[in-house]
Design a protein around this ligand. Structure first.
Ligand SMILES: NC(=O)c1ccc[n+]([C@@H]2O[C@H](COP(=O)([O-])OP(=O)(O)OC[C@H]3O[C@@H](n4cnc5c(N)ncnc54)[C@H](O)[C@@H]3O)[C@@H](O)[C@H]2O)c1
Length: 447
């Protein structure tokens, strides 16, 4: 049976390489539709968890994994040999950057090499990892064609950007439209057919490069707009204006304005990383996207700004960061998620430690957090989340809200902490003791 028919009849065997925040929900959704799905991951612990019917990703329930495993639709392995039995292969491996912020494609290359060694005629490969325009055709395609098979003729290759939004219960894999670009028209069409089982709308663009650039536009759009409000937040502090009030007022405009909010800096695997993938590639074209770079730089400056404000606030109380006891609330990269990757809390804690502060943290979603071993703080330090109590709050010179989880009771926190630096207006509803709060983007005297 040809691939099209197999996909249409849900008889295509699906493999998802990389069972993380992106890969696991994808694998589970296909399995729930009745496809036979194999998850392939180098992490043996993750594979064992899936085999036991357990999820390790916050947005995927144990029940969803267990039901699919019990129904025989979902299995997981570390063995690349399974690839030879597959019809559709998704690549969902990490695309981080190096210490000097250049793209690290090593995971994508490893996955592509693993596929190339076992590539069979008729297979469809869909890359979903976020990356710079050109990766699918310039990096992945030559590896796959080293097998002797030709894309568009013997096998099919496409790129489809991922739009997972961790912690978002409204927008899920099954109701978020997707974009796909194939190496040939047939590649794009087959990929659309496969993805259309999952979501109501799949738009095919002219090439993988267009699809890769689409993802970067989506994330850089956020980076640039967040940078704009971060810059205005700093200006507002100097001018004695409350940026949060201004954004709320501007949001009453029913057209041409979408609110973005300042904060402690951007985190996660997308917004802080993706602009650097684009700069790196753009240089090959003698092009330097200065506007985008400036936005990334502004966002990156926010942890330094937070630490400056902590120092100023301590100073106003006759204290210094040196030896001050600072409690950080929330170390995930955004509220209500368990993902600490590239979290602004990391740099904030490193900068505080390097200034001699005694730092501890609480996060209901993250029990351990490792910082340091870099130019900001040489010593690698693993901190454990400590239980939040009245005594703990009272015993710290300063509490810094970095990820404003909804589980926190902000009235209670402010009533027991002597000083609160709020980086994201999490305390907006707090009515009493507001003189103890210093919000990023608002003047110190305004409460
Ligand atoms: N997390 C998100 O919300 C999100 C959103 C959009 C795009 N993305 C992009 O999707 C990609 C994956 O991100 P993620 O958050 O799911 O990453 P993740 O770290 O949560 O998961 C990646 C998985 O890949 C596995 N892996 C690494 N190398 C492998 C290999 N050679 N073979 C098999 N498995 C391998 C890891 O063990 C891990 O389980 C990245 O490019 C990321 O930028 C992520």
């Amino acid at each position: 049976m040809n691939l099209r028919r197999k996909i249409e009849r849900k008889e295509a065997r699906i493999c998802v390489i990389g069972l993380g925040y992106v890969g696991l929900p994808l694998a589970v959704e296909f399995a729930r539709l009745g496809f036979y799905v194999t998850g392939l991951d180098v992490d043996g612990e993750r594979v064992k968890a899936i085999s036991r019917g357990q999820s390790y990703i916050q947005d995927v329930s144990d029940t969803a994994v267990a039901e699919s495993v019990e129904a025989g639709c979902l299995s997981a392995t570390t063995d690349y040999e399974v690839l030879s039995e597959m019809d559709v292969i998704f690549i969902c491996v990490p695309t981080p950057f190096t210490k000097t912020k250049t793209p690290d494609l090593s995971y994508v290359v490893a996955a592509a090499e693993g596929i190339a060694q076992r590539l069979k005629p008729g297979q469809l490969i869909i890359l979903q990892s976020t990356t710079y325009p050109g990766t699918t055709q310039e990096d992945v395609l030559p590896i796959l064609e080293s097998s002797g098979l030709v894309a568009g003729k013997d096998f099919y290759l496409a790129f489809s950007p991922e739009r997972t939004n961790p912690g978002d219960r409204q927008h899920t894999v099954s109701n978020t439209p997707k974009v796909v670009g194939g190496v040939t028209t047939r590649c794009g069409e087959l990929a659309r057919l496969a993805l259309q089982h999952l979501m109501p709308q799949v738009d095919v663009v002219s090439s993988p490069r267009a699809a890769e650039m689409t993802k970067l536009l989506e994330n850089i759009y956020r980076s640039v707009n967040i940078a704009l409000v971060n810059e205005l937040a700093k200006l507002c502090e100097r001018m004695g204006i409350d940026i949060w009030e201004v954004i709320e007022a501007a949001s009453t405009k029913p057209f041409g304005f979408m609110p973005f909010y300042p904060g402690p800096g951007v985190g996660g695997h997308c917004v802080p990383v993706d602009p650097y993938y684009l700069f790196w590639k753009a240089r090959e074209y003698d092009f330097y996207p200065r506007f985008i770079e400036l936005a990334a730089e502004l966002n990156q400056s926010m942890p330094y700004h937070v630490v400056l404000r902590v120092s100023e606030a301590l100073n106003a109380q006759g204290k210094t960061p040196h030896r001050a006891k600072v409690l950080v609330l929330g170390v995930s990269f955004k509220p209500d998620v368990d993902d600490p990757r590239n979290s602004p809390a990391q740099r904030i804690i490193e900068l505080l430690l390097s200034r001699g502060a005694q730092v501890s943290y609480n996060d209901p979603h993250i029990s351990q957090f490792t910082v340091g071993k870099d130019v900001f703080y040489r010593e690698e330090t693993t901190l454990n989340s400590i239980p939040l109590t009245e005594e703990l709050l009272a015993n710290h010179d300063c509490v810094v809200i970095v990820a404003g989880h909804s589980a926190y009771d902000y009235d209670w926190i402010v009533s027991h902490a002597p000083l609160v630096i709020d980086t994201m207006n999490a305390t907006k509803e707090v009515k009493t003791n507001r003189e103890r709060i210093l919000r990023i983007g608002a003047p110190a005297s305004l409460h």
